[in-house]
Design a protein around this ligand. Sequence first.
Ligand SMILES: [Zn+2]
Length: 463
Amino acid sequence: MACIILRGRIPMILIEHAVVVSVDPERRIFGDGSVLIDGERIVQVGRAVDVRPPRPPDRVIDGRGTLVLPGFIDTHAHLSEHLSRGLMPDEIPVDRYVPDWYVPLYASITPEEEAAAAQLACLEMLRTGTTTFCEAGTLFDVPAVARAVDAVGLRAILGRWTWDLASGPGPLKQSTDETLQLTGTVLAEVNGKLSPRVSAWPLLIGFGTCSERLIRGAHALAERHGTGWGMMQFASHPSRKTADTLPLATLDAWGVLGPRTKLAHMVHVDEADIALLARRDVKIAHCPSAALKHVKGLSAHGRFADMLDAGVCVSLGGDSANGSNHFDMLRLMYLAALVPKDARLDPGVMPPERVLEMATIHGARALGLEREIGSLEPGKRADLIVFDLDLPEWRPLLDPVNTLVYSASAASVRTVMVDGRVVLDERRVTTVDEGEVLARAERLSRPYLARAGLAARPKWPML
Ligand SMILES: [Zn+2]
């Protein structure tokens, strides 16, 4: 009988007697708290004594010795570099990244390889507590990747490779009209069609590779389809000596900056830029690990704390498997909190509560999903992480947010839910065969790199 009732819907789940860090508007933490989930949504959150299921839950998770947190939201993630993770040696000159490595890698990848890389990246995110992400705009077969992401069970926004001023072999060569037409096709094919959790936005490569007509066209497509749009940029001013040649003020004059604009990286901004970003409510994806590894001058020039002070919505991104090289939000939060402290000689400049907001509720705002995710509140979608507190890194538990940001590791991620579905259950992935995903990545990686004319060259002898 129970099976018949449950068929076709997700059951009611009660997580009880956990430390619940809600990230709700009052930022309440319940020391002995419970979360009740009915289907895809959270229906009650609060002190354990106050959470009363209207009927016996289908599953009760004993939350004693655990901490429950909203799922992390990564707002800038290049999926397909997961098949080439760790390929690029540190000593490559920065100006050779694109021509010698990224162009052959991206020009050679097949839909099967993109999907395999995406599933590997999704499993890494799932196991480190990220439940929603936004791709960087570096995919070619977006529907194939959308299906692969949906199979793992994550929530995602994906984007097609979109540029017109720069070029390259194969799919990298595209005119302004072609690239706009291809992006429009992707939005029409993916949004509302393949999965309720996976959608697509116009996401431009940026970095000076996009014409005014393309940027205006991408913005118009986003308006027409009711989506956000995004672009990568390191500097807002040409004097900063990066590849960027597009001042923010110019983008503003074109009328493309607004609450549904997401700019990734943005290490170099000045006072006027910050005021403009705040005025237009532009969303920023800060990628601390990539900025450090790719020597963008984060500690010397980063102004992310100033942006937050000015009211700019700054979220966090893991970037890529050769720039970061991980999608572990705990490590991103750690860097986001520490780098500005040392740079400013001010330990109070980026407290742990602030970076946890970046990883959750700001991420939700950046993706236009703040009414759906980013906090544990009745009515929101049940995207959450259950951390195991019975590990040395969590004890003693004096200040949960402090310990989460500065001490915890992904080893304590025990259970993860997306849309009320348990996708990681007591450390076991429930949606796909994890071993198969890992084996496929291992099997596809070297032939793919060989086709791109590249190979890993470890410096120490492999015996
Ligand atoms: Zn990036």
